[in-house]
Design a protein around this ligand. Structure first.
Ligand SMILES: NC(=O)c1ccc[n+]([C@@H]2O[C@H](COP(=O)([O-])OP(=O)(O)OC[C@H]3O[C@@H](n4cnc5c(N)ncnc54)[C@H](OP(=O)(O)O)[C@@H]3O)[C@@H](O)[C@H]2O)c1
Length: 214
C-alpha cells in the first residue's frame, strides 16, 4: 500500500523532500504557515501524488511525518494527530533567526529533544538536517556505491531510526545511527559533520569528535 508522508514546512527542505518522495512513489501531503492556496504551484509541479493541506491535515493524513520549519515555530506543530507516528525532524537552531534558547546554548538540550517533548506521543527521529536542500535530489547514489554519502539519524525509538534508515537508503544515502536524541547534538549546526559531504566512516569520525557546545 502506498505510504503517505505528511510534510510540515514547504520551504527549501520540505519541497525537496517532497520532490524525491513522489519520484520514489510516496504520496505527499504538504503544508506551510500561509495555507494550502499558497502551495498551488508546488503541488502542480509535484503532480498527482501530492496535495497541499494545513499542518493539522498533513499530520492527520501521514503514515509518517516530516517537520521542517524554523525552530522558533516548533510549538505550533499539531501534536495530537502525530501521536504514535514517526516524525522526522530536519530542524536546526539558528539563534539569529530563532532567538536564543538557553538550554541549547548551555548544551543541556537538543533541538530534536525539544520537538520530542512537544510531540510527547510521537516518535521523533532526527533526519536530513545536515545536508543542503539542493543536494537531497542530486547526491543520492545506489546502495553499495563506493564512497556513498552518509547521513545521521538519532531517536529514542528504534523503529523511528529504522524508518529513517530505510528512507535514507531509498533517497540514496547510507545511515549512521547516533543513538538516542540526547546524543543528537553531535550533528547539530557547526559541528564537524554539519553539511559536509561525508561517507559512512568519515561521518562516524566527525560525530565522535564533535564538541558539546560551540
Ligand atoms: N535550507 C537548508 O539547506 C537546510 C538544510 C538542513 C536543515 N535545514 C533546517 O530545516 C528547517 C527548514 O529549512 P528550510 O531551509 O526549508 O526553511 P524555509 O525555506 O525558510 O522554509 C520554512 C517553511 O516552514 C514553514 N513554516 C514556518 N512556520 C510554520 C508553522 N508554524 N507551521 C507550518 N509551517 C511553517 C514556512 O511556511 P510559510 O512560508 O508559509 O511561512 C516554510 O514553508 C529549518 O529548521 C532549517 O534550519 C535547512
Amino acid at each position: 500500500m502506498t505510504e503517505t508522508i505528511g510534510i510540515i514546512g514547504a520551504g527549501n527542505i520540505g519541497s525537496q523532500l517532497a520532490r524525491k518522495a513522489v519520484e520514489l512513489g510516496y504520496d505527499v501531503v504538504i503544508s506551510n504557515s500561509r495555507g494550502p492556496e499558497s502551495l498551488a504551484e508546488l503541488v502542480r509541479e509535484l503532480g498527482p501524488r501530492a496535495r497541499a493541506a494545513t499542518p493539522a491535515e498533513a499530520a492527520g493524513a501521514a503514515d509518517f511525518a516530516v517537520v521542517t520549519i524554523p525552530l522558533k515555530a516548533y510549538r505550533t506543530v499539531p501534536a495530537a494527530p502525530l501521536d504514535g507516528k514517526v516524525v522526522i525532524d530536519t530542524v536546526n537552531y539558528y539563534w539569529e533567526r530563532d532567538g536564543h534558547i538557553e538550554a541549547l546554548d548551555r548544551g543541556e538540550a537538543t533541538t530534536s529533544g525539544l520537538l520530542q517533548e512537544h510531540l510527547s506521543g510521537a516518535k521523533v527521529a532526527k533526519g536530513f538536517n545536515h545536508i543542503a536542500a539542493a543536494q537531497i535530489t542530486t547526491d543520492g547514489t545506489p546502495a553499495g556505491t563506493e564512497d556513498r554519502r552518509a547521513l545521521a539519524t538519532a531517536s529514542d525509538f528504534p523503529e523511528a531510526a529504522a524508518l529513517v534508515t530505510r528512507l535514507y537508503d531509498e533517497f540514496g544515502f547510507d545511515t549512521v545511527n547516533i543513538g538516542p536524541l540526547s546524543e543528537s547534538w553531535r550533528v547539530e549546526r557547526d559541528r564537524p559533520a554539519y553539511v559536509a559531504r561525508q561517507n559512512k566512516q568519515e561521518l562516524q569520525a566527525n560525530l565522535a569528535k564533535a564538541p558539546r557546545t560551540i
